[in-house]
Design a protein around this ligand. Structure first.
Ligand SMILES: [Zn+2]
Length: 83
């Protein structure tokens, strides 16, 4: 038995600018540019004072749970369902 995997497809070179204007249908993935770890990111996880921040300001606060690097990038995109 294998669990179907959802593949994340980022929109290349695109950012909403401010985190709060991210369209609701888009998924957000936090990616560590040091080790490549990705994890799902939710706007609701942000403290209240960051919910209207610029994406770059949020990225500065990301810390990788795997390697500890502060090299996070937010990717905006959607999930592809594996057939
Ligand atoms: Zn990392």
């Amino acid at each position: 038995m294998s669990i179907p995997e959802r593949r994340f497809q980022a929109i290349k070179d695109w950012s909403p600018g401010y985190i709060n204007v991210t369209p609701a249908h888009l998924a957000i993935m936090a990616e560590c540019t040091a080790c490549g770890q990705q994890r799902e990111f939710s706007k609701e996880d942000l403290p209240q004072n960051l919910r209207h921040s610029h994406v770059e300001d949020v990225e500065k606060r990301l810390k990788c749970s795997s390697c500890g690097a502060k090299a996070g990038k937010l990717r905006f995109g959607y999930y592809l369902a594996d057939e």
